[in-house]
Ligand binder design. Structure first.
Ligand SMILES: Cc1cc2nc3c(=O)[nH]c(=O)nc-3n(C[C@H](O)[C@H](O)[C@H](O)COP(=O)(O)OP(=O)(O)OC[C@H]3O[C@@H](n4cnc5c(N)ncnc54)[C@H](O)[C@@H]3O)c2cc1C
Length: 305
């Protein structure tokens, strides 16, 4: 089921047609407060009032024209400017391909540098999402070059990739900010662990390396997962090694296990919700279905009156 859903996520014919269906549009609202940034701001106000940090991401990936990347960058600058009136600034999470990585790598880096500089002025952070395995080298290169000039930039690493322990060793000297996730794409067994215990084991190992760096003030660690049992296992080991749980941020996606995130926050973990919005939600939404195929049942129930 996961493989089929991830194939559907990449299929241009379905991408053209499925988002037009009313029941699909209704179903996506579970994971996205709305297509418009104002809907995301409204959700952010409620979540911030409950003591959570917020990250925003406008959905969209793999652009076809450089002008689109300029529009995306301009939009994100406006979101950063919105921080001026906020007590706790909103952080941004962006996909490099949404800023034109496939089209012009130098222009993409330039957009990222300017966004990082603006994020710095508005007292916040810029995170790079990690896309499919084909982009990992280029995303790491971008991160290294960005980090050379900006402290407030983070990168996502995917525990399911066999290469991740080496990538982590490569970026640790930069005193990085890392959002550790399990990984959302359909990668072959040659590059990724495919069984859940293997992925969870790799996640735990990478999290503990980062927790030690966070303890020493040499990393910011965000556990990007809804797996609260795994978070608690990591915390048990990390606390035994001297890392306080207020160094173990937990980041979850809007609409998924919100009660668990609240519980973890009350237990002392800094909690963040990543709120997505935008018109180009189809591949992102299909990846959310693939993560929990039972979500397909929820989507189909939207066919009922
Ligand atoms: C803040 C954040 C940022 C992310 N950024 C990236 C990124 O840049 N690149 C990338 O490849 N991946 C990213 N991901 C997705 C990630 O790789 C996983 O695909 C996703 O988080 C599901 O794995 P899990 O860690 O939640 O654990 P799982 O073991 O899959 O799930 C743990 C629990 O959460 C529930 N759950 C998980 N997903 C869902 C869902 N979609 N709907 C309902 N319940 C669910 C499960 O049922 C289970 O009970 C991100 C995830 C988060 C939380």
């Amino acid at each position: 089921m996961r493989t089929i859903l991830l194939w559907m996520a990449r299929n241009p014919w379905l991408q053209e047609r499925l988002p037009r269906l009313r029941f699909v549009r209704r179903a996506v609202r579970r994971f996205m407060p709305g297509e418009d940034v104002d809907a995301a701001y409204a959700a952010a106000v409620t979540l911030a009032a409950a003591g959570q940090g917020i990250l925003l991401t406008r959905l969209g990936e793999n652009l076809v024209a450089p002008a689109e990347a300029e529009d995306v960058a301009a939009h994100y600058h406006a979101v950063l400017d919105h921080n001026a009136g906020l007590v706790r600034p909103i952080e941004l999470s962006v996909k490099p391909t949404q800023l034109g990585l496939d089209l012009d790598e130098a222009a993409c880096l330039d957009h990222l540098r300017r966004l990082a500089a603006r994020a710095d002025v508005t007292g916040t952070w810029l995170w790079l999402d990690m896309e499919s395995a084909a982009y990992v080298d280029r995303t790491l290169d971008l991160y290294e070059r960005l980090r050379a000039g900006h402290r407030n930039v983070g990168i996502c690493l995917q525990a399911y990739l066999r290469r991740t322990p080496a990538d982590l060793r490569r970026i640790l000297p930069l005193e990085p900010a890392v959002r550790l996730v399990k990984g959302a794409y359909d990668e072959p067994a040659t590059v990724a662990w495919r069984k859940r215990p293997e992925v969870d084991g790799a996640y735990l190992a990478a999290a503990l390396v980062l927790a030690e760096a966070a303890r020493d003030g040499k990393a910011r660690l965000a556990l990007g997962t809804h797996d609260s049992a795994l978070v608690e296992r990591i915390a048990a080991y990390a606390e035994a090694a001297g890392t306080a749980r207020d160094r173990l941020e937990v980041h979850m996606l809007y609409g998924i296990r919100a009660g668990e995130l609240r519980r973890l926050r009350e237990a002392g973990f800094p909690a963040f919700t990543l709120v997505a919005y935008g018109r180009h939600w189809y591949p992102w939404y299909m990846r959310r279905l693939a993560e929990r195929p039972a979500n397909v049942g929820f989507a189909l129930r939207q066919l009922l009156p």
